[in-house]
Design a protein around this ligand. Structure first.
Ligand code: M6R
Length: 615
């Protein structure tokens, strides 16, 4: 969950800005402390329990080097503090290391190292690497590149767990060593410099040519390039890939927060998710599913695995696929499925949904699903991510980098991918008349304009959000396809505004949560022109009778909303099946404005990180 970056160049300066700028872009991965090592003839290390901005002030404008490594932390072992911040070093200060992940056997290793006289200064698991490498280097007759590389391999072979590691060795200027196991790491290749980073946002300013390291890969970087090899030292050939987006996509573009920018990227995210996938001639929906037509025709059930917002997208997918294709869809939290009893499951299709493609629970659930015989399709945003690489097929949502911890545009992209999957299955399994399907396809293509219109209501939504911002607790209600959107609205509000929020199905509130309703508990109710409109309307009347202020999100031609609620947010008319897109956009804005009204730190909420790569 931490962000790491390293650079080795043929210059004697420039590393400081590249590392600090890169860290700022990686800060969404963790931000409880930060540190940088500038490696020249000697190594200068700067660390702070604060954020990258504080680190920048600490480093100042004069320190620089051509090589360095840096880290922004989301604490796992040892509380956030200057001492526990990375980089860490060995007893002699010869090895300097940054690490993302967890070294699971660290306590055994640490005990043995301490028994041998090594002095540890931090409580982190990472520090064991520095001391282990120290021992391996000390045993060498001569510390040259070849010997040190072999020592690095021997050190890495002692580690269990998850790691992306980048390290330097004093006496070997212009060299960085790196290794990856179950934590993301890529190398960027540029003229006269080679970089390592947890993700491409940190390097895209300098190069679009990247090599994604895979589990078990080790690497040596010099200004001239990258040498990849395995734990036995066997060279690995891997061609670089070209990043398809620009640095502007990873910047705020004039918005106050990444989250707001990314909410406004919503219409584009819809178009990008649909781009090149809908055609006027059969097959009308063309997706890279990793399955032939016969296999698609035979799919009789689907299992969806995801966490957080991606789970909510999966729940919408369930409603849509069951409605259009008529096959049962189970949606499971990745963290539950991975430890669930092995019931007799017919091998079918498992769909793993993950924006980052690195969520540890979803990755583990994917592996479990595969071991139970399922074909795995993933719906991912980050190209080359672990979940994408371990799947039989990938539906990339193509949303571009999402930096705000709260998922917004990627949620819309995920929904679009799931609509497309439903359309494709309905088409090949013949479960809907062709004319109905064409109508739905056109409807989906139109939704980006509808979301754009929702975003134009930002001011009205902000006024209502200001009222919600005063509450300590809030409920979100929806039914059927809008039930997951109620869950999503609640998750987003609590995540960034710290207002306690719960999402419920409209019918469930009277089975207990009614006890919590007071005039100070706002209720946000979601309405669609669907078969449960009148049921939802009755649920709202029941709520209203208990005193809360009711905020309604509904479509333009709803004639009853004002009688039902105190405040109404109207989104454009659309088929009920597409209201998750319009209503989610409205709720994302609602939480954003509520959090802004409360002065919260929106892009980096407390205790959270963008991708949860630990269990
Ligand atoms: O990268 P993923 O989609 O796998 O992440 C899953 C969740 O951690 C993520 O959606 C989280 O719930 C967001 N912070 C919600 O805004």
């Amino acid at each position: 969950m931490c962000g790491i970056i390293g650079i080795v160049s043929d210059a004697h300066s420039g590393a400081r800005e590249i590392l600090l700028n890169g860290l700022e872009r990686l800060e969404y991965r963790g931000y409880d402390s930060a540190g940088v090592a500038l490696v020249d003839e000697s190594t200068a290390i700067y660390k702070t329990a604060g954020r990258v901005a504080a680190l920048r002030r600490m480093v100042g404008a004069s320190a620089d080097a051509g090589t360095g490594i840096a880290h922004t932390r989301w604490a796992t072992h040892g509380p956030p503090s200057e001492t526990n911040s990375h980089p860490h070093k060995d007893c002699k200060g010869r090895v300097v290391v940054v690490h993302n992940g967890i070294i699971e056997n660290f306590s055994t290793l640490k005990k043995a190292l301490q028994d041998d006289g090594h002095q540890f200064v931090s409580q982190t698991d990472t520090e064991v690497f520095a001391h282990l490498f120290e021992d391996e280097l000390a045993a060498l007759d001569k510390v040259d590149l070849e010997n040190a590389t072999a020592a690095f391999r021997r050190t890495i072979s002692k580690l269990d767990g998850q790691y992306a590691i980048v390290t330097s060795v004093a006496g070997l200027p212009g060299v960085l060593f790196a290794a990856r196991s179950h934590a993301p790491l890529l190398a960027g290749l540029a003229d006269g410099m080679t970089l390592f980073a947890s993700d491409a946002t940190a390097v895209v300013e300098h190069t679009k040519q990247v090599v994604y390291l895979e589990d078990g890969d080790l690497a040596v970087a010099t200004p001239e390039g990258l040498h990849l090899f395995d734990i036995d030292g066997k060279t690995i050939e891997r061609a670089p890939q070209t990043i398809s987006w620009d640095i502007e996509d990873a910047q705020k573009g004039g918005y106050d927060h990444f989250m707001l920018k990314e909410i406004y990227d919503g219409p584009r995210a819809i178009n990008d998710a649909l781009a090149g996938r809908l055609f006027p001639t059969p097959p009308h929906v063309r997706l890279e599913l990793g399955m032939d037509d016969a296999r698609l025709r035979g799919i009789g059930r689907i299992l969806i695995l995801a966490c957080g917002t991606s789970f909510h997208a999966g729940m919408v997918g369930k409603y849509v696929i069951e409605k259009l294709v008529g096959i049962p869809v189970e949606v499971a939290y990745s963290s539950e499925y991975r430890y669930g009893s092995e019931v007799r499951e017919e091998p079918g299709l498992a769909v793993a949904i993950s924006q980052s493609g690195e969520t540890a629970d979803t990755l583990a659930a994917l592996r479990e699903a595969r071991s139970r015989g399922h074909t795995v399709l993933s719906v991912c945003n980050v190209v080359g991510s672990t979940i994408a690489r371990e799947s039989d097929g990938v539906l990339y949502i193509q949303s571009g980098p999402e930096i705000g911890v709260a998922a917004t545009k990627s949620f819309l992209g995920q929904l679009c991918a799931l609509y497309l999957l439903a359309f494709r299955l309905a088409e090949i399994q013949g479960t809907l008349p062709a004319s109905d399907l064409r109508e739905l396809e056109r409807g989906l293509q139109h939704t980006s304009r509808l979301v754009d219109q929702v975003l134009q209501k930002s001011e009205t939504i902000a006024e209502q959000a200001a009222l919600i911002a005063k509450a300590d607790s809030c409920f979100f209600l929806g039914r059927q396809v809008l039930y997951p959107i109620a869950l999503e609205g609640a998750l987003k509000l609590k995540e960034i505004s710290y207002i306690h929020a719960e999402g419920y199905s409209g019918g469930e509130l009277k089975h207990g949560p009614f006890a919590l309703l007071t005039p100070d508990t706002p209720v946000v109710a979601l309405l669609a022109p669907d078969g449960v409109y009148s049921k939802m309307a009755s649920n709202i009347i029941e709520v209203k009778a208990r005193g809360p202020q009711v905020f309604i999100v509904t479509t333009a031609s709803d004639t009853e909303a004002e009688q039902l609620g105190d405040h109404v947010i109207r989104v454009p008319d659309t088929e009920a099946i597409f209201t998750p897109l319009t209503h989610a956009a409205a709720l994302h804005l609602l939480s954003y404005h509520a959090a802004a009204a409360r002065g919260c730190e929106i892009d980096k909420p407390r205790n959270l990180a963008k991708s949860v790569t630990v269990e």
